[in-house]
Write a protein that binds this ligand. Structure first.
Ligand SMILES: [Fe+2]
Length: 449
């Protein structure tokens, strides 16, 4: 009996897990009713103590408390996502951008059993965020599942992701640098390094929205619900073949591009750097793109490429679009409040290369410039675009991702070339002179055809 008292004490102090305690109780001398009483009391205490300190109830194998947890009546403006980041215990990047995701520092990460860093850039604004994960050769992440969507870009190395639902068979997807994979919502996932060099990947996700809304880590990270409307073990779910291309029909009522949208519909893209794109002239004539409809996510993504000696038109939209550069060299200007860049009191310039990441803040104009000798391509998970779903709270109203192809003259959020600040072209031409690249932009008319 003393032995069991010691175990109960350890359980309350958190040095043994709930599962270990239950197994011990079942084989020991503690009766069923006593076991349940201990479990219920521990749940209540664990939940109360963490919330009082402004932390989430963090458990990996507990049932949620069966009784209401009373909050500290003086608790004010605790941000659940911020509290969760603190508990994760790894670096958090918070600037407007990260110059090179491949070189950014990562540290041991207890939850995943490998190395990592969180990314909570200014433009994420509590809507979208990300993390970096590095898996040494021969290692694998601890299996995870959670109630937020994520789009993973493989920055370096080769390996595979294994996914499964409770009671279902495992499915493996092999990948290498340049691939994109989106494990479906709340599906178990484990990432394995199968190469001789470290694997590093970037996850872009909507964890802040979900964690802030429910502020209960047990619900978010230990939830048995299976979203079978999104994934039910289909063997071709992560297929990589050309059958995933789809010319999606659109109408003037549901899209600004009424002639249809070039789309890829799968949970996987074998190589985002070489996937076929289609010309889309609304954002610049030498601009091409493909819309990614990944894993039935509400978040969608697109890949965009713009040619040598050109730049895209400036536009603005709501927060959260994580732009990760897949290749090329250039810069992006971000500013707010005015159409004329030089008149804005808030200007941010991001010089980018392969592996750079930046997030334009809510409602800021931003404009991408190719200053290098090769086409430049990026991947951008976001709430807007022409995906399957539209989340009104995050893509509509004042935070619109719509009207992104409609001129500011018509009340939209796109600055036509002829309306842009002349300073824009002066900066661009000076940059091209430095790199010896010839401009293809005609005066006030866009680029040469
Ligand atoms: Fe944008």
């Amino acid at each position: 009996m003393k032995d069991m008292k010691d175990w109960i004490g350890k359980f309350f102090r958190g040095s043994i897990s709930r599962r270990e305690f239950v197994e011990r109780a079942a084989t020991g001398s503690l009766g069923l009713l006593s076991t349940m009483a201990v479990l219920e009391k521990q749940s209540l205490v664990a939940g109360r103590s963490s919330l009082v300190k402004g932390r989430l109830p963090v458990t990996s194998d507990q049932r949620p408390p069966t009784k209401r947890v009373r909050h500290d009546p003086d608790q004010t403006n605790v941000n659940p996502y911020e509290a969760w980041l603190k508990e994760e215990g790894i670096p958090v990047y918070r600037d407007y951008h990260i110059t090179d995701l491949r070189a950014a520092e990562v540290k041991p990460w207890k939850r995943l059993g490998v190395l990592g860093a969180h990314i909570d850039l200014v433009g994420g604004e509590g809507v979208n965020a990300g993390y970096l994960c590095e898996i040494p050769p021969g290692a694998a992440t601890t299996p995870q599942r959670y109630l937020f969507e994520e789009v993973i870009y493989i920055l370096s190395g080769e390996g595979e992701s294994v996914v499964w639902t409770p009671g279902g068979s495992k499915q493996s997807v092999k990948w290498q640098a340049g691939a994109v994979i989106s494990p479906p919502l709340n599906v178990w996932r484990q990432h394995v390094n199968r190469g001789k060099t470290p694997v590093r990947f970037l996850s872009m996700n909507n964890a802040p929205v979900v964690i802030d809304l429910f502020h209960n880590a047990d619900f978010v990270f230990n939830n048995d619900f299976a979203f079978r409307d999104r994934y039910n073990g289909e063997p071709d779910y992560f297929s990589a073949g050309p059958e995933n291309f789809h010319h999606k029909r659109t109408t003037p009522e549901n899209s600004e591009i009424a002639r249809g949208v070039h789309t890829w519909d799968s949970g996987f893209v074998p190589d985002a750097r070489s996937i076929g794109l289609a010309v889309v002239k609304e954002r610049g004539e030498a601009n091409s793109r493909v819309e990614l409809q990944l894993a039935e996510n509400t978040m969608q993504a697109h890949i965009s490429e713009f040619d040598v000696g050109t730049y895209k038109k400036a536009h603005r939209h709501g927060p959260g679009s994580h732009v990760v550069m897949l290749n090329g060299r250039g810069y992006t200007l971000m500013w707010k409040d005015t159409i004329k860049y030089s008149e804005s009191k808030t200007q941010v310039r991001v010089d980018w290369q392969e592996g750079s990441l930046f997030v334009p803040p809510d409602g800021w104009f931003h404009q991408h410039f190719n200053a290098g000798p090769e086409p430049a391509r990026y991947l951008a998970p976001t709430w807007g675009g022409d995906g399957k779903w539209f989340m009104r709270a995050l893509g509509g109203g004042g935070r619109t991702h719509r009207l992104g192809k409609t001129s500011t003259r018509k009340g939209g959020n796109l600055i036509e070339y002829e309306d842009e600040d002349p300073t824009i072209k002066e900066i661009f031409e000076a940059e091209l002179r430095k790199s010896g690249v010839k401009s293809r932009m005609r005066s006030n008319k866009g680029e040469e055809s």
